[in-house]
Every structure is written in C-alpha cells, then in structure tokens.
Design a protein. Structure first.
Length: 321
C-alpha cells in the first residue's frame, strides 16, 4: 500500500496538526510504503516571505523527525524538489471543471478569512491532486478539512482515466477515528489562523500561560459539572493521555470540587509530558541540521524517481509524448 500526505510550511506546527495529520502519518509508516512531503509550492498561495518559507520548511522537517518519522521507513521530501508535480498539475487543470473548484469550501473559507483571491489559491486542489496521483497513492492521511480535496483528486483521476485511458490509481482518504478535529483554546477548530493554537514545541512558560488563559464558564469549583465532556481543557486532555486518565479527569469535574485552575494545570502537565520524548529528540536535531538536510535530499531522490515515471505515463496517455 502506498501512503502519501503533505503539510504546508506556512507556520509553526500545532497540536491540531499533530493529531490530525502527523501522528496518523507516522503510525502508517509501519504499514506501507509511506511518502510525506513539505508542501512549499502550496505555501506560496498564502505566505510571501522567502526567508520564512525556508525556515518553516526546515522546521517542519525537524518536527516530523522529532515526532517519530523514521527516514528508514518513510520518505520525507520537499515538494518543490520534485517539479513534476507542477507539470501534472497543469495536465489535470485542463480536465478540471471550474465548477468543481468553485464548490471547494477551503477556497471560500480562505477568502472569507481575508486571503487574497489569487489563482494559485483557487487552483490549489488541482496541485494537491497532482501531488497525490503522481505517487500512485492508495491512502491519504489528512484531517477532515482536507476531505473535499481528496474527493476532487478522485474525480480528476476518474475523469482523466475516462478521457485518456486507465492511467491513475484512485486514492482513498484516511482519517483517524475520534481525532478528526482538534479544538483550539476557544473551542473552535485549532488553527494557526485563529489565534487559538497550542504549538507542539512551545516553550514551557508561555505555553503554560496560554493554557491557563483558556476561558471557561463562571461556575464555582464546588459545583458538579455534568457536561464535563464539553469542557475545552477536557477535550484536549482526551488526546494527550490514556483513556483511564481522561476518564478520571472527567469524573472529577462531574463530581464537583475540582476547580478550573487545577484542571488547566493538569492539562499543561499532561501536554508537557506527552511531547517530552519528541522535545528531547528535537533538541538533538537542532544541533544536527546537516542530517536533516540530508534526509530531505535523499527523500527527494526517491520521490522523484516515482514522480518522473508516473508523470511520463500521464504525458504518454494524453499525447505529450
Ligand atoms: P491550519 O488550520 O493551522 O492552517 P493546515 O490547514 O495547514 O492547518 O493543516 C495542516 C494539516 O493538519 C492538515 O492535514 C489538516 O487537516 C491538519 N489539521 C489542522 N488543524 C487541525 C485540527 N484542528 N484538527 C485536526 N487536524 C488538523
Ligand atoms: N492541502 C494540505 C493542507 O493544507 C496539504 C497538502 C498539499 C496535502 N498536498 C497534499 C495533503 C497532498 C495530502 C496530500 O493541509
């Protein structure tokens, strides 16, 4: 089974990225032939600072390795090291109906958030389809918000195959049960754009302060909270610990006598503990940037070999060769 996913280097990675995309991807590296890339071409639709793009690209590589991506098992690479993605994107563009893109929520959401309505942003799902189809991917682990893009990918693969003959494998999205949307500090979807995110590798003091600032209701500590499962801190705790500890925390809130301050302290503790091993690996990697660059260079070589051959298959099918 070929597994493929990507993540944009458009900011510091947060806990939502971790549970929605990185963790499931890393778990899958044992179950198939895994390819993960840093979507720097995609980041061009919203980030216009060249140095930041370079910095975030390297940070994403470091964070992935720190979180457990094993370059012996999975191929990690930078999208723009494989320019064939862009050629295939053009080929797919010419069979993609405008209406299919006009219906994509992600484009509309980004415009609503104030991003400029540039062509790259509009055509984004087509480049994403190329990213996936160019590796003959079977499975695409992403968060729920990317589901529609994987559906566009499937439609384009089917349409291309109907137009030019059987060429592309039709992929499936893969979601992690129960962890589809990680809520942020305000209860909305955690996102770098909503100022509600918790960084995976935030510094101790500011992160503690951030978690302690979660706004809750005005019920007194003594009051029983029958709706404990709805609590914002509890919803994060659910992902950061074992089911047993999660249930204990829920029961303590339900019983009453457990103040929100103590609950938030507990949340910080569990967060800090959860990412401790990754944090330690990350400190080592930061001292070893040549190693990180080498991982990306090796990854690009492996990825490019496949991308070249699938792209050539597409070029032949549609008469470019
Ligand atoms: P952001 O919303 O912070 O801009 P991205 O859109 O760059 O994050 O998402 C990168 C990856 O992380 C995608 O696969 C996305 O589905 C996943 N992801 C982002 N936020 C969350 C979240 N709150 N819960 C689950 N998955 C998420
Ligand atoms: N669009 C994805 C995101 O914003 C990133 C991405 C680009 C991707 N190409 C992909 C994910 C291909 C999976 C497969 O998170």
């Amino acid at each position: 089974m070929r597994i493929l996913s990507g993540i944009q280097p458009s900011g510091i990675l947060h806990v939502g990225n971790y549970f929605g995309m990185m963790k499931p991807s890393i778990e899958l590296q044992d179950r198939g032939d895994a390819f993960y890339f840093i979507a720097d071409y995609h980041s061009m639709t919203s980030l216009y600072d060249a140095n930041l793009r370079r910095e975030y690209t390297r940070q994403v590589a470091i964070d992935f390795l720190a979180c457990g991506l094993d370059p012996k098992k999975a191929v990690l690479f930078k999208q723009s090291d494989v320019p064939e993605h862009v050629e295939l994107s053009w080929i797919l563009s010419s069979i993609c109906p405008m209406g299919r893109l006009e219906r994509c929520h992600s484009y509309k959401d980004k415009i609503a958030k104030g991003l400029s309505a540039n062509h790259g942003l509009f055509a984004y799902p087509v480049l994403m389809a190329a990213d996936i189809l160019i590796y003959d991917a079977d499975s695409v682990p992403v968060g729920r918000d990317q589901k529609q893009h994987v559906e566009v990918t499937r439609d384009l693969a089917i349409k291309f195959n109907q137009t030019y003959g059987e060429t592309f494998r039709v992929p499936e999205p893969a979601f992690r049960e129960g962890a589809e949307v990680i809520p942020g500090l305000d209860g909305q979807k955690m996102s770098k754009s909503y100022n509600n995110a918790v960084e995976i590798f935030g510094e101790e003091k500011p992160t503690r302060k951030r978690l302690m600032s979660i706004v809750m209701d005005s019920r007194s500590p003594d009051e029983a909270k029958p709706d404990a499962e709805e609590n914002r801190a509890i919803q994060l705790i659910k992902h950061l610990t074992t089911p047993e500890i999660y249930s204990e925390e829920v029961e303590k809130l339900k019983a009453g006598g457990y103040g929100y301050g103590d609950l938030k302290k507990r949340l910080f503790e569990l967060y800090w503990q959860y990412f401790r091993p990754a944090r330690e690996r990350r400190t080592d990697l930061m001292q070893n940037l040549d190693y990180v660059d080498q991982v990306l260079a090796n990854g690009a070589e492996k990825a490019r070999e496949i991308a070249r051959s699938v792209n050539q298959r597409a070029r032949k099918a549609c008469g470019l060769e």
